[in-house]
Design a protein around this ligand. Structure first.
Ligand code: SF4
Length: 373
């Protein structure tokens, strides 16, 4: 089984912290849809497996008309073999969600909605330069549920200077009370060249407080675990049977194809990424050439990718899998590197799996780096 990701590179406003590839000028949106539909045919040979997940991300896919989303979806269904129960997710922003759109998305087969809420606190939303209000954040979730989207996930951001511990708790509790079945929660990161980065450098705003972020993350784990959510990946929490199948396939190292500018593809042995420039992408597709760069992963790089992604998941790193695929030496080296973390309760070992504890999740990247070969 494989997945397809479609990158829609347009947004209404530039959020201060964002470094994804997008444009706030929408004059080329229709042309971009034509190009993505054309890329579907050009990429026909990349995937031989059945498609189990399709994910419209970006950018802001909910800026597209229903017809534009459906054109891409139809092109995928005609070109690839899509399984009957495929998970089809659409990322949306609260200010785009209307009853008409929800009906249209359902009718075309979108069965999972991801809403970029980020916060239910007005000051926090203004600080991030989000396009929606706190009221819109709550209303759109209720409207989506009313129109049948029970498989619904929201994004929340913590560790912003405008978010107190009490407000963070309120944000998480609001999501629980609204009956949201999946949450993706991210610490605010200051990416180079973003508006946030510039404002911090000019000392217009305070830098991110790492300790406050760690505290928010610890509290988040406590609250959501107590509320019955599975913490199935560092940043992701789900009610039973509501994990993201698409994102899980990334962490399980399955094959996926990325369509659109800046989209990444992976087949287990190589990674490729389309050019992150709308005009150059469309010009190249017009000549029937997909503009991408490719990196072939060495066996050691493949092992390190496995260490990084598996440790982030609830299932953890399978020592048996490491032994079978990369040999005894890698198996022994990983166990040796893990020894101190096991001793200090940052990790546990059971059934041939290494798993992070809550304390370990706070320093997951550092632990993974220490286990790298
Ligand atoms: S809407 Fe999403 S992709 Fe667009 S600028 Fe904001 S965070 Fe980035």
């Amino acid at each position: 089984m494989a997945g397809i990701y479609i990158h829609i590179p347009f947004c209404r406003k530039a959020c201060h912290y964002c470094n994804f590839h997008f444009s706030t000028t929408h004059s080329l949106l229709a042309q971009m849809i034509d190009a993505i539909v054309a890329e579907v045919a050009l990429q026909q040979l990349y995937l031989q497996e059945k498609i189990d997940t399709i994910y419209f991300g970006g950018g802001t896919p909910s800026l597209c008309t229903a017809e534009q989303i459906e054109r891409i979806l139809q092109a995928i269904k005609v070109t690839f073999s899509v399984s009957d129960g495929a998970e089809i997710t659409l990322e949306s922003n609260p200010d785009d969600i209307t009853a008409e759109r929800l009906i249209a998305w359902q009718q075309m087969g979108i069965n999972r909605l991801s809403i970029g809420v980020q916060s239910f606190v007005e000051d926090d939303l203004r600080w991030m330069n989000r396009a929606h209000s706190a009221t819109q954040a709550t209303d759109c979730i209720q409207l989506a549920q009313q129109y049948g989207f029970t498989n619904l996930t929201i994004d929340l951001i913590y560790g912003t200077p405008t978010l107190s511990d009490e407000q963070w708790q309120q944000n998480v509790q609001t999501a629980i009370d609204l009956g949201v079945t999946h949450l993706s929660c991210y610490a605010l990161t200051v990416e180079p060249k973003t508006a946030l980065d510039k404002m911090i450098q000019l000392e217009k705003i305070a830098n991110v407080d790492i300790e406050q972020q760690a505290k928010h993350f610890e509290l988040l784990m406590q609250w959501l675990q107590a509320a019955g959510f599975e913490h199935y990946e560092i940043s992701n929490f789900a009610r039973p049977d509501h994990r993201s199948r698409h994102n899980s396939s990334y962490w399980q190292g399955k094959t996926y194809l990325g369509l659109g500018p800046s989209a990444h593809s992976f087949n287990g042995y190589s990674r490729q990424w389309n050019i992150a420039n709308n005009a150059l992408y469309m010009a190249s597709i017009a000549k029937e050439v997909v503009p991408f760069e490719v990196e072939h992963l060495t066996p050691t790089q493949q092992l390190n990718e496995y260490i990084m992604t598996s440790l982030r998941t609830m299932e953890g790193l399978s020592l048996q899998h490491v032994q079978l695929r990369w040999g005894n030496a890698a198996h022994t080296a990983i166990l040796q590197a893990a020894h101190l973390y096991l001793h200090d309760n940052y990790m546990v070992q059971s059934d041939q799996y290494l798993r992070l504890t809550n304390a370990g999740r706070l320093i997951a990247d550092g632990i993974a780096a220490d286990l790298f070969q």
